[in-house]
Ligand binder design. Structure first.
Ligand SMILES: NC(=O)c1ccc[n+]([C@@H]2O[C@H](COP(=O)([O-])OP(=O)(O)OC[C@H]3O[C@@H](n4cnc5c(N)ncnc54)[C@H](OP(=O)(O)O)[C@@H]3O)[C@@H](O)[C@H]2O)c1
Length: 290
């Protein structure tokens, strides 16, 4: 199988790049924004030459708060650009594995959210991610949409790295305690994507097409997550709980992002590790570099 990763310069894209060295069965290509820019329709012509069997889209406009101002850019990349990519994949007969977000939900059914639950995207970023998903389904029947949450990885900035930096210097921090979800290590998600690709290679028809959740197992709020990071790092920084209203971010965040993982377990035999276990191994890796 020939696999093309679009958006290979981001957290998840770079994780997939690292992981592909241990995959001899497939040939991988990586395109960062300078090679495939989702805002430039002409760039997609490259797919005619490369003819990948599977495209993994990790590219996205991810500045959630800035999106409230940069509405057009966010919509152009996350919805229209993704739609164009899906159309091109359909044209060349390739699968599209597209990464989406827990932000499409914004409601609490009182249990882990299932893939078929209704979407209530709030804010420009959330709406653009929901729009992108819709266009993927519309334009390419050979699609896998993966909704994930609270990503952190070895590359690029993320919540864990921010907490470590603050923990080094601050004696007290205030962190939101009314948003619940599952922190997800990009290494685990990258491995899940690799497993999905292997399954698709064994089954060329579209029986696996659909929408799936992938997150690390277990649910916590940001305050609890921050406390765990401080504890693991051996910092005695006090982490105080605040509300989303007190934090007052520009874009709304979902209060409940607990994603049901039953479908991905059942269909792809993928069993995500618990977030605590993944955080520990992430920090062990990170400590080697600081
Ligand atoms: N981070 C999270 O907490 C989180 C949670 C749930 C879902 N997700 C989703 O997971 C996916 C991966 O997220 P991530 O954390 O790896 O994001 P990331 O680190 O922000 O990476 C996104 C990548 O997309 C690239 N990009 C932006 N605009 C582009 C365009 N017009 N054309 C091509 N590439 C473009 C960026 O390049 P530049 O740096 O050059 O702009 C960057 O390399 C995204 O779909 C995101 O929506 C993320």
């Amino acid at each position: 199988m020939k696999i093309l990763v679009v958006g290979s310069g981001g957290q998840l894209g770079r994780e997939l790049k690292k992981l592909h060295t241990s995959d001899d069965a497939n040939s991988w290509m990586f395109a960062a924004r300078d090679q495939i820019d989702l805002q430039k329709a002409d760039d997609l012509r490259r797919l005619n030459e490369w003819k990948p069997d599977v495209v993994v889209n990790c590219a996205a406009y991810t500045q959630v708060d800035k999106a409230e101002e940069e509405v057009y850019a966010c919509w152009e990349i996350n919805a229209l650009g993704v739609g164009r990519l899906a159309k091109k994949c359909n044209e060349i007969g390739s699968w599209l594995i597209h990464v989406s977000s827990d932000y499409v939900y914004h409601h609490n059914p009182g249990r882990p959210i299932k893939e078929e639950d209704p979407l209530f995207p709030r804010g420009i970023y959330a709406a653009s991610k929901a729009g992108g998903e819709t266009l993927v389904r519309e334009f390419n029947p050979k699609h896998i949409v993966i909704r994930t949450s609270w990503l952190y990885g070895n590359e690029g900035p993320n919540f864990v790295k921010t907490m470590i930096k603050l923990g080094e210097t601050k004696s007290e921090l205030r962190v939101v305690a009314d948003q619940w979800g599952s922190p997800t290590y990009t290494y685990d998600l990258a491995k899940a994507i690799r497993k999905i690709i292997r399954t698709l290679a064994d089954s060329p028809n579209a029986e696996f097409a659909g929408t799936y959740h992938y997150a690390n197992e277990g649910v916590i709020n940001w305050h609890g997550f921050a406390r765990e990071i401080m504890q693991e790092m051996g910092y005695d920084t006090h982490v105080l709980p605040i509300t989303s209203a007190e934090y007052a971010a520009a874009a709304p965040r979902p209060g409940w992002s607990a994603l049901s993982l039953s479908k991905i377990k059942r269909v792809f035999d993928i069993f995500p590790p618990h977030w605590r276990i993944s955080l520990k191994s992430y920090l062990q890796e990170l400590k080697k570099t600081i």
